[in-house]
Ligand binder design. Structure first.
Ligand SMILES: [Zn+2]
Length: 372
């Protein structure tokens, strides 16, 4: 992976990440394609209508179904899904932790039961790397030890120590695999933990960032803490992260969260929010959110957002989209998802342009002014 930092506007950064499959301009929002598909869209939509250079897929889901060995046989994620650009895959630890009714973190991995058929599985740091090698992801994430909050200080301490030990095991294994000619085109990121505790975040960041990773993620946020706590934690953590590698904030968030965290030096984001909210009727616009099921849209001939250039806004009225939503028509899901993802991706393109001109502060002011 090649990472080039092109510009800064205060702490906001614009960079380029080159993987074996695409050139990613940052700040970047990565649409979530859990099972190898961005819900309601196909690869053509993601490529041609949205212009996404990277999407996410989920290790836990692909491992259980259709199975990572099947994906490998089908030409890895890129050929199986026909999305030829970059894939980032998470380690699966979060889903093993949150989707399984029994999930046991242990000294050497996480035991869990499949949410599909109840079968028993065990993820170790090496096993999730092997799975992601089969998937062929451009960026893989390591297994980390997650803690359900609220947790005792003692439990968080164990989580950080275990995450560091697993990170060392993961990077040693990954680089030794590469030395054997395996996963040579792939990259690996570590995940900084520590809740909202500043001392724990510093410890986790310092220990992980000393290791030979291609990039670093901030995990364990957006789990119910106040926005201000999230922003403070990111600001605090970023100072211990290297300048010359990508910084990824996992599972965040609203358009406002993206702007706030870009200001604090984050480069990469993912979140189910634009896709999930689209399906629930919540649409993001340059002047804030709207709920398309509102009766006031019944005869509204204007597009969802006058400023939006997406297929949905260029073609259809709010009245029609609202009608499709109320009729639970399948086409609604595609058109609403296209709009919300276009909004997120375009917001990132506009922020990037502002950073390149060293006008991030002006951009942020205008972003909030339109919403008030
Ligand atoms: Zn639109």
């Amino acid at each position: 992976m090649q990472f080039t930092l092109e510009a800064r506007s205060k702490n906001a950064r614009a960079a380029t990440i080159k993987t074996a499959h695409s050139t990613i301009k940052t700040p970047v929002f990565m649409p979530v394609g859990t099972i190898g598909s961005v819900k309601s869209l196909d690869a053509e939509d993601v490529l041609n209508l949205l212009g996404a250079e990277i999407i996410l897929a989920n290790t836990y889901h692909m491992y259980l179904r259709p199975g990572d060995k099947v994906v490998a046989k089908m030409g890895k994620l890129h050929n199986f899904t026909k999305y030829p650009k970059s894939f980032l895959t998470d380690s699966g630890g979060f889903q093993a932790f949150s989707l399984s009714d029994i999930s046991k973190p242990m000294e050497n991995g996480i035991e869990f039961r499949s949410h599909i058929d109840g079968s028993k599985h065990f993820f170790t740091p090496k096993k999730v790397i092997d799975i992601q090698t089969n998937l062929g992801s451009d960026i893989m994430m390591i297994l980390d030890d997650l803690v359900a909050l609220p947790a005792t200080q003692e439990r968080i301490k164990v989580s950080i120590e275990r995450t560091t030990a697993w990170a060392q095991e993961s990077i040693d294994y990954f680089r030794s695999q590469q030395a054997k000619g395996i996963c040579v085109d792939q990259n690996i990121f570590a995940i900084i933990q520590g809740g909202t505790d500043k001392a724990f975040r510093k410890k986790s960041a310092t220990e992980l960032c000393a290791m030979d990773y291609d990039g670093f993620a901030i995990g364990g946020l957006s789990v119910g803490e106040l926005n201000k706590e999230m922003y403070d934690t990111v600001e605090h953590t970023v100072q211990y992260m290297p300048e010359d590698k990508p910084r990824y904030l996992m599972g965040v968030g609203t358009p406002e969260d993206l702007i706030e965290n870009i200001e604090r030096g984050v480069d990469m984001f993912d979140c189910v929010m634009p896709t999930r909210n689209a399906r629930n009727g919540t649409l993001f616009t340059s002047f804030g959110r709207i709920n398309i099921k509102g009766a006031k849209f019944k005869e509204d001939t204007s597009p969802i957002d006058e400023e939006c250039q997406c297929l949905t806004c260029k073609t259809y009225s709010r009245a029609y989209i609202s009608h499709l939503f109320r009729s639970k028509e399948l086409t609604y899901f595609r058109l609403a998802t296209i709009h919300n993802l276009h909004y997120y991706l375009n917001l990132m393109r506009e922020v990037r342009a502002a950073i390149l001109e060293d006008k991030f502060a002006e951009f942020k002011e205008e972003f909030y002014r339109k919403r008030s």
